[in-house]
Design a protein around this ligand. Structure first.
Ligand code: AMP
Length: 276
């Protein structure tokens, strides 16, 4: 496994892959790798000859400096994780390296003022900006994103259609623990008690969904969702609502939706979305 930190070196290796006609799958991550990332890696290995994982905690997508500072980082473990998964290349650039060639800040135009974009202004601008730089450096055939971050997935889909149309986006279903919650780097920051409370909340949400009448529309479902969330032992939440899976609108029947939530346990913000 190669661990590469600078763009010029990376380009040499990727050029060698291209010369040999190897297909390349790419998984952008912020590190603190877990089984969710593992699913993306496995999918890429099924589809491609070579797989590259980038590890970069992108300051530009954090709204609060303290959230960036406290984001989990565990370099040594990440290297072992990738090694066990037989990843071919880890690309782990510094901030100076990734922003040296192109500092232009892009503005996201899609799925604005809803869900995470409503509560984390400019977050998706930061996501698109860093991906723009990564995509221009890591010339790959396919790129892998998780459904766990569904709004991000939809935004990246549009961005790729617009700017990197030869790149194929592959979406991967959310990987979950036996208790049902989505694997997430942020789960590492929860105490045992908070984790248990989170599992209880998630499973109560599943039960709430399964008890709903299948014929109601999204607005009716959201009225019931409001009542449900009010009764939960949650210190704070940003949103808990059904949205249409194709365009994230509030139009249509509940059967075309996912339930999206962003809740807090202490300082830790946890997001997920559940298939109806
Ligand atoms: P992150 O390191 O959190 O930026 O995530 C990197 C990629 O892994 C993103 O495309 C995420 O959607 C994806 N991902 C994170 N958690 C999961 C999960 N539990 N299941 C599937 N994909 C995930």
């Amino acid at each position: 496994m190669l661990i590469i930190k600078d763009i010029s070196n990376l380009k040499l290796y990727l050029q060698a892959y291209e010369n040999k006609g190897y297909s390349l799958g790419y998984i952008p991550t912020m590190g603190a790798l877990h089984q969710g990332h593992g699913q993306l890696i496995k999918q890429s290995q099924k589809d491609n000859k070579k797989t590259i994982v980038s590890i970069f905690v992108n300051e530009k997508q954090f709204n609060k400096p303290e959230d960036f500072d406290s984001y989990p980082r565990n370099k040594g473990k990440d290297y072992d994780f990738c090694d066990q998964f037989n990843v071919d290349v880890i690309f782990e650039p510094s901030s100076e390296e990734i922003y040296q060639e192109n500092e232009t800040k892009l503005e996201n135009k899609y799925f604005k003022n809803i869900l995470c974009d409503d509560f984390r202004p400019n977050h998706f601008d930061g996501v698109i900006t860093v991906l723009n730089n990564f995509f221009s450096i890591v010339k790959c055939n396919k790129v892998y994103f998780g459904e766990k971050d569904y709004q991000q997935l939809k935004i990246v889909e549009k961005f790729i259609q617009e700017k990197y149309s030869s790149l194929e986006l592959v979406s991967v279903p959310t990987a979950r623990s036996e208790e049902g919650i989505a694997f997430s780097s942020r789960n590492e920051k929860l105490s045992k008690k908070q984790l248990l409370e989170f599992e209880l909340f998630h499973n109560a949400s599943l039960k709430f969904m399964s008890n709903l009448d299948k014929d109601i529309n999204i607005n009716q479902a959201n009225s019931l969702a409001k009542e449900f969330i009010r009764k939960q032992a949650i210190e704070k939440f940003d949103y808990f609502e059904f949205r249409n899976i194709s365009d994230l609108s509030l139009d249509g029947s509940i059967q075309e939706t996912r339930l999206f939530y962003a809740i807090y346990k202490g300082q830790v913000r946890l997001i997920d979305n559940i298939n109806f």
